[in-house]
Write a protein that binds this ligand. Structure first.
Ligand SMILES: [Zn+2]
Length: 896
């Protein structure tokens, strides 16, 4: 699954300072401590019987023959299923998952239930029978009816605009645990079974599922029955059904039919995705050593319902704008995001779908691996994109999260579905990705790939735990993978390597020691890692690797030679240099690679947040690098400046800070300019857009005026504005919009049938500074104008403006019941907690603590605790560090 966009440059980062412990934090901490059960022994390899979960392991589904008849008008469906089950202990009761449905009848081998009880809280149905069912093979028949919702869980509906008016399609989204909304099932990932689906839909609709259509026949009443081929054994959360007025373009790659499925009239915008998927299929077939196991793979564009993509086996669903590319309207750089998300979901077809984690405590195996493979495949097939370098902000975000008290181990106990939902976070994705990259680097590419191939071969169609993966990598490499990796996956937190140089004669020696790196946590539990430290003297020979276990002393060239640790930014740890070493590195930044410059900036800013160094240390390091035209380096700086600016909201000193930002960033932009040079690098266009955006935010009037001029031209002649700048220009114009401009933006959003453009112009309108317009934007959230999945985004866009945070939060509180009914059960767990992180003061942290709906499930309490901690770290950082930032800016601006 992929629910986040590309890493934001305005990453939320938080500082460490003195803690204010309230009743809320201690409660939350006590709760989190119960979650962070210390695993004394390393995790065992997969065993079905020992796999966590709620369902009894003595009844196992083998095959579902499933029949569904959705009614797109009534938003309901009728279903029946015949499930072949294997029973190992005689029983009178069967317990399986079902939620939000009505069971009409159930029978085993023809004998009807004597009792049938749905438990809404447990999301199960218990079927009791008059006689015990003997051990052995049986057939369970169930008929049922369920609902099609609008909130993107289970089977959902999307209404979308077309040139012929509004149309309706259905699609499904089941991870982690919503197959139970579509058919009564053993809806836990270790209960793998084959599925043969038959669906009845209106004749003019195209229905798509995991497998190719086996046969299709009209039913005589305007409908048709579509039977799909039987799937291999698979986890229930990977089932997919989509149907609507759709069309499909296909290509054959090594005997596999790859399809891009879109709303009618849009399939030509799937050409880029189709080509990318073909390249990726060849790459993955080779890498994994096992050919893609299904006869077809569809990439399905869904114009609403959810925001990212989902790796359903053989039928990946994408939010439309994440998959389709229209050269007339999409920024050419959007291809990177499309390629990346396809690579991620296609990697899951092996890692996740063919071989599946046993339980959600190992979801990182799926997501960390797919995130790693996404970058690796892009690096292999599009080296000019520099995906590892440009993704460094993604790792930085996870490292910030992992430094907080509310972090968690990559492998963590998951008690229920709400906790599984909360596990789809930056620790699972980005830390998981970074750890896998570090392990690959430690073992070498070839040994790592040999281990992955063996793992795939051994566990195909089965389940695993992390221990199975480490075992395969150890066999292939002969290195102690599990003992090194367990410290990163079985405990939360991040190591800090502290380096101090000394001189003996002309020889430099460096002592290294490790601590736990934390932000806003004065008394953390001490932890220990074996840290693979790559190091090198700048401009000297290639780096060397040291496995730092405690402390070490190493030779490091001649006295005063600049020594870089975490060379290449491959490792998952922070580094703190002593003042002399940092000064030597600062003098040699021009000889560091962009990855090392970005890494040095990222670590130094984190040390400021941790209260380990003064803000001046970062600002002094960054000042000469602000002219750096490498995008990843520039983004590190822009990210920190944007963060400081956000924290400055409402302070009189903000004006001086923004003046500093304009003074240093404007010359960088002036070198790059508004218009693309004919042969500029791939990173130039996105860097240009980012600089325009941040300069606009910092109040550069010339930039704003030029954006307005270009937008006015664009309205008359769309071709006049490069696709690469349309989003940025629209946002800037939206922020400064008067009534007429606001209406123009909304009209552009309302008149397009292109989802990407609709998002662009609605979000630009939602950026309006004028409070009357902001109120009008919020009112849209209560209408059916946008699919429900975009409503949260619309409100969040309003709330991202410092001046409208309170407006947006008041709106959410006042309309909570209506919004929650539209947005579905996850809304209360996530939305208020995330929205409130726009605030940076203790009073709003307390509001979150007191907001009961955010705490109604254990997963919701986890999300709320994380947000609370973020708000409080921001509040304390602002109070304690911003005055030093102001002082530095004052001195700097006074210099000639
Ligand atoms: Zn994923």
């Amino acid at each position: 699954m992929n629910s986040s966009g590309p890493p934001s440059i305005a990453l939320l980062r938080a500082p460490r300072v003195i803690l204010r412990v309230s009743a809320m934090t201690s409660l939350v901490l006590a709760f989190l401590l119960t979650l962070a059960v210390d695993r004394a022994a390393a995790e065992p390899v997969f065993s079905f019987a020992a796999t966590p979960g709620k369902l009894l392991k003595t009844v196992v589904p083998i095959h579902y023959a499933l029949d569904l008849a959705p009614d797109l008008d009534k938003l309901s469906f009728a279903g029946s299923e015949t499930v072949d089950i294997e029973i190992t202990e005689p029983t009178r009761r069967l317990v399986l998952n079902a939620v939000d449905m009505t069971i009409e009848a159930a029978a085993v081998d023809g004998e009807a239930t004597s009792e049938l009880a749905l438990d809404a809280a447990a999301e199960t149905v218990t079927l009791a029978f008059p006689h015990p069912i003997a051990a052995g093979r049986h057939q369970l028949r169930v008929s049922f009816t369920g609902r099609i919702n609008r909130f993107g869980r289970g089977l959902f509906v999307v209404d979308y605009p077309t040139a012929d008016g509004r149309k309706r399609m259905i699609s499904s989204h089941l991870e982690p645990a919503d197959a139970r909304r579509i058919f009564p099932s053993w809806d836990e990932p270790a209960f793998k079974a084959s599925i043969a689906l038959t669906v009845t839909v209106p004749q003019e609709l195209l229905a798509v599922s995991n497998m190719p259509v086996a046969r299709e026949e009209p039913t005589g009443d305007g409908n048709k029955r579509v039977a799909f081929q039987t799937t291999p054994r698979m986890a229930s959360y990977l089932f997919v059904l989509a149907a609507g007025e759709l069309e499909r373009v296909t290509a054959d790659t090594g005997g596999v039919t790859i399809g891009v499925v879109t709303a009618r009239g849009k399939s030509q915008h799937g050409r880029y995705a189709l080509d990318a998927a073909g390249d990726l299929l060849r790459y993955f077939n080779d890498y994994f050593g096992i050919a893609y196991p299904l006869p077809k793979l569809d990439l399905i564009a869904v114009p609403g319902g959810f925001g990212g993509a989902m790796e359903n086996w053989g039928g990946i669903t994408f939010f439309e704008s994440r998959l389709l590319f229209d050269p007339a309207t999409s920024a050419s750089d959007a291809r990177r995001g499309i390629f990346g998300i396809i690579a991620h979901e296609m990697a899951h077809q092996w890692f996740g779908d063919l071989v599946t984690m046993a339980w959600w405590d190992n979801i990182w195996l799926n997501e960390g691996f797919a995130s790693w493979m996404q970058a690796k495949a892009a690096e292999a097939l599009h080296p000019d994109w520099q995906s590892w370098l440009n993704g460094s902000g993604f790792k930085q975000a996870a490292m910030s999260e992992d430094a907080r008290r509310t972090t968690h181990p990559i492998q963590q106990a998951i008690a229920n579905e709400s906790e599984a939902m909360a596990a789809f976070d930056s620790i699972t994705y980005a830390k998981g990705q970074a750890i896998i990259r570090m392990v690959e680097n430690y073992l070498g590419d070839d040994a790592f790939r040999a281990g992955i191939r063996a793992y795939m071969m051994q566990h195909a169609y089965g389940n695993t735990t992390t221990a199975d993966l480490w075992g395969a990598l150890e066999m292939a490499s002969g290195k102690p993978v599990a003992t090194v990796a367990a410290a990163y996956t079985e405990q939360g937190g991040i190591p800090l390597v502290i380096a101090q140089a000394s001189c003996k004669g002309d020889t430099q020696r460096i002592t290294l020691r490790q601590e736990r790196f934390t932000i806003h946590d004065p008394a953390p539990q001490p932890q220990h890692w074996r840290v693979p430290v790559a190091r090198g003297v700048v401009g000297g020979m290639a780096g060397e690797m040291l496995l730092l276990d405690g402390a070490a002393e190493i030779a490091a060239g001649r006295c005063g030679d600049p020594m870089k640790l975490n060379l290449g930014d491959v490792g998952y740890y922070r580094v703190q240099y002593d003042a002399a070493m940092l000064a030597a590195l600062t003098r040699s930044t021009d000889r560091l690679t962009p990855a090392d410059r970005a890494n040095l900036l990222g670590d130094t800013w984190a040390l400021v947040e941790a209260g380990r160094v003064a803000p001046a240390v970062f600002l002094d390091l960054a000042a000469p690098l602000i002219g750096d035209d490498n995008r990843a380096v520039a983004e590190q700086i822009i990210s920190a400046l944007t963060r400081i600016d956000h924290l400055q909201w409402g302070r009189p000193e903000r004006a001086a800070f923004q003046a500093y930002g304009r003074a240093v960033l404007r010359p960088v932009f002036d070198r790059i300019g508004w218009d693309a040079a004919p042969s500029e690098s791939a990173d130039r266009a996105p860097l240009r857009a980012e600089l325009i955006g941040v300069l606009g935010t910092f109040g550069d009037e010339a930039i704003v005026a030029e954006a307005k001029r270009r937008f006015a031209e664009f309205v008359k002649d769309p071709a006049s504005l490069s696709t690469a700048l349309r989003g940025t220009v629209a946002n800037l114009v939206g922020h400064h919009a008067d009534r007429a401009t606001y209406d123009t933006l909304l009209t552009l959003g309302r008149n397009t049938t292109n989802t990407d453009e609709r998002v662009r112009y609605h979000m630009a309108a939602a950026s309006a500074h004028d409070p009357t317009l902001a109120n009008e934007t919020l009112a849209i959230a209560l209408t059916d104008e946008l699919p429900t999945s975009l409503i949260g985004r619309l409100i969040s866009q309003v709330a991202s403006l410092g001046e409208h945070r309170d407006l947006a939060w008041s709106f959410v509180k006042a309309n909570f019941a209506a919004l929650a009914a539209k947005q579905g059960p996850s809304f209360q767990n996530n939305f208020p907690a995330n929205l409130l992180t726009n605030f940076t003061d203790a009073a709003h942290a307390q509001e979150l603590a007191d907001f009961a709906p955010a705490h109604s499930t254990s997963g919701g309490r986890i999300v709320a605790a994380r947000s609370y901690e973020r708000i409080m770290t921001a509040a304390d950082f602002s109070a304690q560090q911003l005055p030093a930032v102001d002082e530095w800016v004052k001195r700097r601006m006074a210099q000639p």
